[in-house]
Design a protein around this ligand. Structure first.
Ligand code: FAD
Length: 839
């Protein structure tokens, strides 16, 4: 009877034990685990801290008892292997509870000791508020600290997958989170321009982000732990999580004389054999030869650990019933990983461009920004995909994706092609399952393949976002082929705007003696323009990979240091912690308060103040005690809903954001008296706005505020005076007799709200037209609709009699519903108002 001893009882160790038993029923299998638990979900630990996984018991995939009874494995938790005598084929073990030392011989020994978090020897590192995360006891300690000490601010040092998952989960608990990362980007496994999208998202979630800075020391000061950065900044906190990477836990292996790589990982062959013929190793502790680089590398992920564990059992034992299991080989990990970072999914497989540079692999890459599924089907979400390939052979080397939906399946598909050694042409042929809710007829994977194929075929050349400043210095001609409206909203400095549709007619404006750098929004129109130019004789030109979208994300400010300066903190905290957590439970307290009567309100697609107005309309109709669940896609809705509840005295039960959709649960209260903040109790119930300007944008702003105030239950009066009278003039005004000055003003001033100009960038009316186009695209109500809504919502519109007289505006020229009043009516309204605006 063979005797197998396994060190480490979690991902690799437990899997190896189970497979060994399935192959060799007669063997003796001893599983040594120094901790108290085996086979638990390390990957779920951050979500337990955040309360997403509510029951601790859910973390345990298998208990020692179940393992013993179902697999007849001798599980010994609390038993630590303290040394290996490779010559004698025996392991010395310490029973931790008693201190007893004993030894076990083996026929085959499997090491799966994992990796330990890196903890640098910095001053103050032993403070009890500094945590690392590897195991169940680690997360228990973190959770206990959060529940008992209610920390206000946490600093996460290191922005890899674990650090970012913990950032999200600590934020879930209402804690201010600051991330400090030594690199100039988060998630070192992806490239910088892809990480830039993640930076903007992290910032939008109210997490403070420091890049290119690292910890010099920790200090205790005034009840806080102060993280001193190398830049000299001091960040006070109530807890710190160190997540700066892991190192293989291979002290035992080293002492046993096994061959290790430079980073201390155990070198294994494709059968997971170490340099000792009777010792095998798997998981985070090993380095296998990468099929992509041909070099040994450690890939500390759960998937590889499990696959290696299956192989190791096959290598050690041919199946006792003669089934053919031996000789199977592990091809090495390509490094496929994924993480949820708030609402984003970030995933990658294979090599990044950075990794290719490090390994001197000649490569190229494409970046595309299609939608997660057909754009015409609701809820299509932005999606960015980068594919890296061998410049000469076109063989796939890696891919990275960032988006809200469908990131996992695209990366898994490319990972499958990658592990089979396919080229980018395989992506063009990939036949996917398509219907509008799931994909487009051309999937993002196809798209990336098409772009790569075009480059390889010489149809297109491309430059990257970080080539732009050099090319500009070298005198390149920057050609922006988007529409003038898009150009006006932001462009690369010095670019000339000729839209791709106008290009054929304006070829004479493109120099022939300079390098032409073309770009558009995401790359497609740039390519179309490039094809026009190439076929008209231009040779020295290239399209910008990923277009303006990639360039803008990568060149924007990436950090948001100091957002938690005193004062702001209190405001932000109140906003971000609408739901209180029950002490120690990890569960929100308030959810139980939901009434049985629930009305669903869909305000998706409406822009401010649309969702709030919708909320108000539905709330007016609802009975006391009813809960409204309002879904909106407007990012400002979360804050607006909270403010609206404060003002109206209704209860905000909770706000959740899920993949860009905000859902607020709001309960209607009797009397709707303000119930939250004492300062808000004394809030006046009226608002007045003096509209003095006839600028389109100012008029727009005044109606947004008026509608918002009306939706909050305020009585709103708008007082139109002087130039502001043009805003409330009828579209089709009757002819009225006027004196000379009246006629002059009538000629010079805008005829009605449709003719107003922008206060800035009007460009002979083009700016206003652009603004209207943009409002339409963003589904924001036009000014006229807002005016109608205001009237319907009971906003009083008063035209100033005195101004009408001076400007020669007749009553008949004003829109229906506009009253005429004097300063007294304004003062009357203003006296009851705590909101008085002059626009
Ligand atoms: P482990 O699962 O760590 O098991 C090693 C065990 O060996 C430990 O329990 C240790 O106590 C025991 N041990 C060590 N030395 C001895 C000794 N001398 N005697 C007895 N016992 C010993 N991977 C993913 O792919 N996706 C994820 O989302 C993901 N999320 C993660 C989140 C967190 C918080 C953590 C910590 C890891 C995550 N991982 C994830 C990584 C994944 O958990 C590891 O890659 C995987 O667990 C490695 O398996 P292993 O068997 O090598 O080591």
């Amino acid at each position: 009877m063979a005797k197998y001893v396994i060190i480490g009882g979690v991902a690799g160790g437990a899997t190896a034990a189970a497979r060994l038993r399935r192959l060799d029923e007669s063997s003796e299998i001893i599983l040594l685990e120094r901790g108290d638990y085996i086979s638990y979900a390390n990957c779920g630990l951050p979500y337990y801290a955040g309360g997403v996984i509510k029951e601790r018991s859910k973390l345990f995939v298998m208990t020692p008892e179940k393992f013993r009874s179902t697999l007849a494995v001798d599980v010994r938790t609390g038993h630590e292997a303290s040394s290996i005598d490779a010559k004698a084929k025996s392991v010395t073990i310490v029973e931790k509870a008693t201190g007893r030392t004993y030894s076990e011989s083996y026929d085959a020994l499997v090491l799966s000791p994992g990796a330990e978090p890196v903890k640098p020897l910095l001053p103050g590192i032993d403070d009890e508020r500094i945590f690392t995360l590897r195991s169940v006891p680690d997360i228990d300690a973190i959770k206990e600290h959060i529940d008992a000490k209610r920390p206000e601010r946490a600093i996460i040092v290191g922005a890899g997958f674990i650090g970012l998952e913990m950032a999200e989960n600590l934020r879930e608990r209402g804690i201010f989170v600051t991330i400090v990362e030594a690199l100039d980007q988060v998630m070192g496994v992806i490239d910088q321009e892809m990480a830039a999208i993640v930076h903007q998202h992290i910032k939008a979630k109210g997490v403070e982000l420091y890049l290119s800075d690292s910890v010099a020391a920790f200090e205790r000061r005034g009840g806080k732990i102060v993280v001193r950065l190398k830049s000299g900044k001091d960040l006070p906190a109530d807890m710190v999580l160190l997540s700066i990477g892991v190192k293989p836990d291979t002290k035992l292996a080293k002492e046993a004389g096994l061959e290790l790589d430079q980073r201390g990982a155990i070198l294994v062959d494709q059968g997971m054999r170490t340099s000792d013929p009777f010792i095998y190793a798997v998981g985070d502790a090993v380095a296998c030869v990468s099929p992509l680089t041909g070099k040994a590398a450690a890939v500390p992920l759960a998937g590889p650990a499990n696959k290696e564990a299956r192989i190791v059992a096959d290598t050690i034992v041919a199946s006792a019933d003669g089934a053919s299991t031996g000789g199977r080989k592990y091809g090495g990990a390509i490094g496929t990983s994924i993480a949820k970072v708030f609402d984003l999914t970030v995933a990658c497989t294979g090599l990044s461009e950075k990794a290719c540079d490090r390994d001197r692999i000649a490569h190229d890459a494409v970046i595309v920004h299609p939608s997660s599924h057909a754009g015409y089907y609701p809820d299509a979400k932005p999606f960015s995909l980068k594919v890296v390939f061998d410049r000469d052979s076109g063989k796939l080397l890696g891919a990275q994706a960032v988006g809200y939906d469908g990131v996992d399946k695209r990366i898994d598909v490319i990972a499958a092609f990658l592990s089979m050694g396919a080229g980018v042409d395989a992506l063009t042929k990939f036949e996917h399952a398509y219907a509008p809710p799931f994909a487009s007829a051309k999937d993002p994977v196809n798209y990336a393949g098409f772009v790569a194929e075009n480059i390889r075929a010489g149809l297109s050349a491309q430059v990257r976002w970080n080539d732009v400043s050099r090319l500009r210095t070298e005198g390149a001609f920057l050609l922006d082929v988007r529409t003038p409206e898009e150009f006006a909203l932001g462009h690369i400095e010095g670019a000339v705007n000729i839209s791709n549709t106008d290009l054929r007619a304006r070829l004479a404006e493109i120099p022939r003696d300079r390098f032409i750098l073309l770009y558009c929004g995401v790359g497609i129109r740039g390519y179309l323009a490039e094809r026009i130019l190439r076929q008209n004789g231009w040779k020295d030109l290239a399209n910008l990979a990923g277009g303006w979208k990639t360039y803008e994300a990568a060149t924007e400010v990436q950090t948001n240091e100091d957002i938690y300066r005193p004062g702001l903190a209190a405001i932000t905290r109140a906003r971000l912690e609408p739901v209180a957590y029950a002490e120690g439970s990890g569960q929100p307290e308030a959810i139980a308060a939901l009434s049985s009567q629930t009305i669903e309100v869909d305000a998706c697609g409406l822009q401010c103040p649309g969702p709030i107005m919708r909320l108000k309309t539905e709330m007016d109709k609802a009975a006391v005690g009813t809960t409204l669940k309002v879904r909106a896609t407007d990012p400002g809705f979360a804050r607006d809903a909270e403010a609206w509840c404060h003002l109206t005295g209704n209860s905000l039960v909770g706000i959740e954001e899920n993949k860009g959709i905000f859902e607020a649960s709001i309960q209607k209260n009797a009397g709707q008296e303000p119930s939250v903040s004492p300062t808000l109790r004394s809030v006046g119930k009226e608002a007045t706005l003096i509209v003095f300007s006839d600028d389109f944008d100012r008029a727009l702003a005044s109606f947004v505020i008026a509608n918002g105030a009306a939706a909050s239950g305020k009585k709103v009066t708008m007082f139109f005076t002087f130039w502001g009278l043009s805003v409330v003039k009828r579209r089709k005004a009757p002819r009225v007799a006027k004196d000379f000055m009246g006629r002059m003003f009538g000629m010079m001033l805008p005829k009605n709200s449709g003719k107003l100009s922008l206060s800035k960038l009007n460009m002979g009316g083009m700016g206003a037209a652009m603004m209207k186009g943009r409002m339409k695209a963003k589904k924001i109500d036009q000014l006229e609709t807002m005016m109608e809504s205001a009237l319907k919502a009971g906003v009083r519109m008063t035209a100033c009699q005195m101004s009408m007289d001076i400007m020669g505006v007749a009553r008949e020229e004003l829109m229906d519903g506009v009253e005429i009043g004097g300063v007294a009516s304004y003062l009357d309204a203003a006296s009851g108002a705590n909101l008085n605006l002059f626009i």
